[in-house]
Design a protein around this ligand. Structure first.
Ligand SMILES: NC(=O)c1ccc[n+]([C@@H]2O[C@H](COP(=O)([O-])OP(=O)(O)OC[C@H]3O[C@@H](n4cnc5c(N)ncnc54)[C@H](OP(=O)(O)O)[C@@H]3O)[C@@H](O)[C@H]2O)c1
Length: 289
């Protein structure tokens, strides 16, 4: 079946999208990567993979590439980009542009990566736009998969960055739990999901860890003594209020997301084999002279 697939992948220049491109190549699936910066995707070009320059936020640049495509996979979203665009411009509208082109060309399947517990957190700026797109995708009539992952290992680097300086700061007791997932494991699930019909898949990594445990792993990998500072929740709530009142959604979006999710458990069905402890040690090895 995979031999007959042609996939358009949007987001391949990002953390997860890069692993998805590699997974599609492993399975010999014909792939068209849409990227605004083709140099950033150049290492992914191969006998099965073409790189096309297009701006997903500008629907005119998408015409003509979707004929004969069977599946669109999108990991497009603002995480740390500072382009002056809003979540509605990118997470919602750019994905809607992809969906509209897919519909016009008769593409059968659309795989979209949102976030774990997105439905419960529609009030957060960063999630509102994603979930609005999820609504459109479900109503579109296309066969869909909504992937709802827990935090990525790439985001756990924030713990490592604090650990390298000798102290990890956490809000509250640090006993809230999470099972973050490696992009490589998640990419396998994303490509497998081409074969499932109209599903939402909650997914996390193999280890369910408290924030204190993640902080300890990061400090140990950095060769630093255990030094975790617990900041009371009233400070977290005050920061939330301040950033919501005095900054624009572009600034407060990621802060609001982080400060809200730090205060709750985030546990998804466990998947994959890559362990956070190995990831932290690998990251530290890369930094060694
Ligand atoms: N990080 C997490 O812990 C986590 C957890 C759950 C879900 N998610 C969601 O999963 C998705 C993928 O995450 P990721 O960590 O792989 O993100 P990432 O590394 O930031 O990659 C995002 C992709 O979206 C593209 N993009 C962003 N703004 C764009 C714009 N204005 N025009 C065109 N392309 C644009 C980026 O292109 P450029 O390279 O050109 O910027 C990149 O290819 C995101 O929607 C994220 O919110 C993330």
């Amino acid at each position: 079946m995979e031999k007959d697939e042609t996939v358009i992948l949007a987001g391949a220049t990002g953390y997860l999208g890069d692993y998805i491109a590699q997974e599609l190549y492993q399975r010999s699936i014909q792939t068209i990567i849409l990227a605004r910066n083709t140099k950033k995707a150049a290492h992914l070009a191969n006998s099965h993979t073409k790189i096309i320059k297009s701006e997903v936020t500008d629907s005119k640049t998408l015409h003509g590439y979707f004929e004969g495509v069977t599946t669109v996979i999108s990991t497009v979203g603002i995480t740390r980009q500072k382009d002056g665009l809003t979540y509605m411009d990118v997470d919602y509208q750019a994905n809607k542009n992809l969906l509209q082109e897919a519909k016009k060309a008769g593409v059968k399947k659309f795989v979209y990566v949102s976030v774990l517990n997105g439905k419960q957190h529609r009030n957060l700026k960063i999630i509102e736009a994603k979930e609005l797109f999820v609504d459109e995708l479900i109503a579109s009539g296309l066969n869909y998969t909504i992937i709802r992952p827990n935090g990525f290992f790439s985001d756990m680097k924030d713990f490592l960055n604090m650990a390298k300086k000798g102290k990890v700061y956490l809000f509250g007791s640090g006993e809230k739990k999470i099972n973050p997932i490696h992009g490589k494991d998640l990419a396998i699930a994303c490509v497998d999901s081409i074969r499932v019909s109209n599903e939402e898949i909650n997914i996390g990594g193999p280890d369910i860890l408290t924030q204190n445990e993640i902080a300890e792993l990061a400090l140990l990998a950095s060769g630093k003594p255990i030094n975790i500072i617990h900041i009371p929740h009233w400070i977290r709530k005050s920061i939330l209020k301040l950033v919501r009142t005095f900054t624009s959604s572009k600034t407060y979006g990621p802060i609001e997301f982080f400060l809200t999710l730090m205060a709750e458990d985030a546990i998804a069905p466990r998947y994959g084999s890559n362990r956070l402890v190995t990831f932290f040690h690998d990251e530290m090895d890369v930094l060694k002279p």
